[in-house]
Design a binder for this molecule. Structure first.
Ligand SMILES: CC(=O)SCCNC(=O)CCNC(=O)[C@H](O)C(C)(C)COP(=O)(O)OP(=O)(O)OC[C@H]1O[C@@H](n2cnc3c(N)ncnc32)[C@H](O)[C@@H]1OP(=O)(O)O
Ligand SMILES: CC(=O)C(=O)O
Length: 531
């Protein structure tokens, strides 16, 4: 009989051992609540013997109502100098008052002799009596057999003996850890088979688990292979954070278990929350979301090549391994020089523009797009500019204003003072000539201000708009300061965001193009002309 797979998250403990991945106590509590919503069985909150923050977390999480998740506190076997009752680490674990405790111990003989400087027999003793001491204090007692796979390969009898002693100490779950992440999937069946055989021989009735690190980039594959071999407790972290190259990534493991291997696990009940939970973890850690991440990355279901888009719009199965909505993600169609008719028709439909497959303007739009991309424009990240380009081609662009010219002056009047920048603009709105000037922190800021000053009395909605990001990319390094630049501008009006692009050998001209597109887009939006 196959058992329900237990999923154990260690983002808050092993995840925070990753470089640059740091969480406050409040972040940890928020992530715990989200993981509970997702339906994970365990959340390992930290090592209470390690730092006051972990202690604080265990105190605060007790005040929260969790629907399903059991909180686990983590620590090592007792120190050789202490007996279990007096070991400060074990005392801290009990004080955390969690329903589960996870203890890691050494399985690899060189760790015992070279890292702990104790004998193999002493290591067996500290495993057994640590677990024995903790047994009565918790519902679930989990033993992480650190470096189990390496230990097994070097000294099989000793590695197996550590498991025997963990069982004798009262562990209900034995987790085989690939701590250095060097094991490959094909090695697992023989090792797990030997462990199962050993446990049967000693008549142990325990769950077997896996905890894989990603140093060979096989942590997810190893975890899934372990499940194939009958393991029914899987540890990992959200987005794969963890010491060095990370841990097994639960955002890949969960959908694979549920949708592909058809295994039952509680997290399956709310798997459509996977995408937002994965993003929440990154937001809490103030890290960018990896757009290429399987299942939960923004590009995981983004189609760029014309051939792909054509097929996917006819039947998504042609280029998608699962439906994006199943994990809370969505399909995206990209616009670039690799687009074909299907990409353009899809965007036209999305934006409410009437364009038929046999309309000759379709070819005009595609050739305009490819010519512009060849000049350096990139519409993938600036769809608002492409929508304007399409409207222009379809004769749907409104002329809100006509610019006659602009001038930007940068005056470094004293070498020890910041420069003063001023922009002037001359434009027409209907029959009115408008001539404005504005100072700014820099040329783009001065232009932006002068443009709004000129237009706001005709179009007050521009007051709601602000530029939120500005990126410049040099397109060819061959001509030094004469190289072309691409400017990407991100704008918002508090309700939505849009991105526009400009390209020129002059950075101010490129910025101006992106700025003008952004303003035009906002004006169209305000008139309800956007789809
Ligand atoms: C595989 C893993 O990821 S395990 C988790 C690793 N995570 C961390 O290390 C983060 C939290 N760690 C910490 O805050 C600190 O390392 C502490 C509080 C645990 C220990 O700090 P310190 O007492 O200063 O020791 P230090 O950090 O140098 O660690 C080495 C000590 O741990 C002992 N130790 C290491 N593993 C074990 C173990 N499984 N069982 C018992 N003792 C152990 C070593 O024997 C050594 O003690 P010694 O110097 O008396 O021989
Ligand atoms: C326990 C653990 O984190 C490891 O062995 O990698």
């Amino acid at each position: 009989m196959t058992r329900v797979i237990e999923v154990y998250d260690t983002t808050l403990r092993d995840g925070t051992q990753a470089e640059n991945f740091n969480l406050s106590v409040e972040d940890k509590v928020r992530i715990t609540l989200a993981l509970d919503q997702l339906g994970l069985d365990f959340v390992e909150g930290g090592w209470p013997g390690s730092n006051p923050m972990s202690v604080d977390y265990f105190r605060k999480i007790k005040q929260q109502r969790l629907n399903h998740t059991l909180i686990a506190a983590f620590g090592s076997t007792r120190h050789i100098k202490n007996n279990a009752q007096q070991d400060p680490n074990l005392q801290a674990l009990i004080a955390a008052e969690t329903p589960a405790i996870t203890i890691f111990g050494k399985s690899w003989d060189i760790h015992v002799t070279d890292a702990l400087h104790i004998s193999l027999e002493e290591n067996l003793e500290i495993i057994e009596d640590t677990l024995f001491f903790l047994r009565s204090h918790v519902d679930r007692l989990i033993y992480d057999a650190e470096h189990f796979f390496d230990g097994f390969k070097h000294n099989r009898d000793f590695a197996l003996a550590t498991l025997t002693r963990a069982v004798q100490g009262g562990a209900d779950t034995l987790v085989l850890c690939d701590t250095n992440g060097g094991t490959l999937p094909h090695e697992l069946p023989a090792i797990i088979g030997a462990v199962r055989h050993h446990l049967e021989a000693i008549k142990a009735s325990v769950r077997l688990g896996i905890h894989a690190h990603n140093d060979s980039e096989t942590a997810v594959a190893n975890s899934l292979m372990a499940v194939e071999q009958g393991i029914d407790h899987v540890q990992g972290t959200m987005n794969g954070y963890g010491e060095r190259c990370g841990n097994a990534n639960l955002t890949s493991i969960l959908p694979a278990l549920i949708f592909k291997m058809k295994r039952e696990c509680h997290a399956g009940k709310n798997i459509e929350a996977l995408y937002k939970t994965s993003r929440l973890v990154n937001e809490m850690a103030n890290l960018p979301h990896n757009r290429y991440q399987p299942y939960v990355g923004e590009s995981a279901f983004a189609h760029k090549g014309g051939i792909h888009v054509s097929a996917v719009t006819r039947n998504p199965l042609t280029y998608e391994h699962i439906e994006p909505e199943k994990v809370g993600n969505n399909r995206r169609i990209l616009i670039s020089d690799q687009a074909g008719r299907a990409n353009i028709l899809h965007k036209a439909g999305q934006w409410g523009l009437h364009l038929k497959a046999d309309d000759p303007l379709l070819s005009t739009i595609i050739s305009d797009l490819k010519e512009k991309e060849n000049q350096g424009y990139k519409y993938e990240a600036a769809e608002a500019s492409f929508e304007l380009l399409m409207r222009e081609a379809l004769g749907l662009q409104r002329k809100f204003f006509r610019v006659e010219g602009f001038r930007v002056m940068n005056n470094k009047y004293r070498i020890d003072k910041p420069p003063l920048t001023e922009a002037t603009i001359r434009l027409y709105v209907g029959g009115h000539e408008v001539h404005t000037a504005s100072m700014g922190d820099g040329p783009v800021n001065a232009l932006d201000r002068a443009l709004r000053k000129a237009l706001t009395r005709f179009y007050p909605c521009l007051e709601e708009m602000e530029l939120t990001d500005y990126k410049v990319r040099v397109l060819s390094g061959e001509h030094g300061t004469e190289a072309k630049v691409r400017v990407l501008v991100e704008s918002t009006d508090g309700k939505c965001q849009w991105r526009t692009v400009g390209v020129s050998i002059n950075i101010i001209e490129a910025s101006w193009q992106a700025l003008i597109d952004s303003v035009n887009y906002k004006l169209l939006k305000n008139e309800g002309l956007l789809g």
